[in-house]
Write a protein that binds this ligand. Structure first.
Ligand code: 5GP
Ligand code: ZN
Length: 112
């Protein structure tokens, strides 16, 4: 989808700082980091959210988590939080599935 921000990042049309990629997913740093490590892992295919990804390409949901774990390990961190904001009221602003990978500082609970 040419009007989708993350499709344009996946294609390379919009630059990003990539930290990992596989045949199915791309990981890049969030432009507005909320923690010392803040990476987004996105599928190459366009789907609106993680639920749609689970229906369309279930193995890619696993790959998002595996790549997220690898990015955390590469950064030298051990604890991390994965966040799938899903739907406007939950804070989703980009409607191409993505997981936030946050690490490098204490993270409070519950989230806002
Ligand atoms: P959401 O709010 O949908 O869960 O997360 C979208 C994320 O995309 C936000 O954390 C935001 O900072 C990030 N973001 C928005 N535009 C860009 C961009 O052009 N490049 C990068 N690397 N991240 C972006
Ligand atoms: Zn997209």
């Amino acid at each position: 989808m040419t009007d989708c921000l993350f499709c344009r990042i996946v294609s390379g049309e919009i630059p990003s700082e990539r930290v990992a990629e596989t045949d199915a997913v791309v990981a890049f740093r969030d432009v507005d980091p909320k923690a010392p490590l803040h990476v987004l892992v996105v599928p190459r295919i366009h789907v609106a959210d993680v639920g749609e990804l689970a229906d369309a390409e279930p193995a890619t949901v696993t790959e998002l988590v595996q790549v997220a774990r690898q990015v955390v390990a590469d950064s030298g961190q051990e604890s991390y939080r994965l966040v799938f904001n899903t739907g406007e009221e939950a804070g989703q602003t980009v409607f191409h599935a993505h997981v936030h990978v946050l690490a490098g500082r204490p993270l409070s609970w519950p989230p806002g």
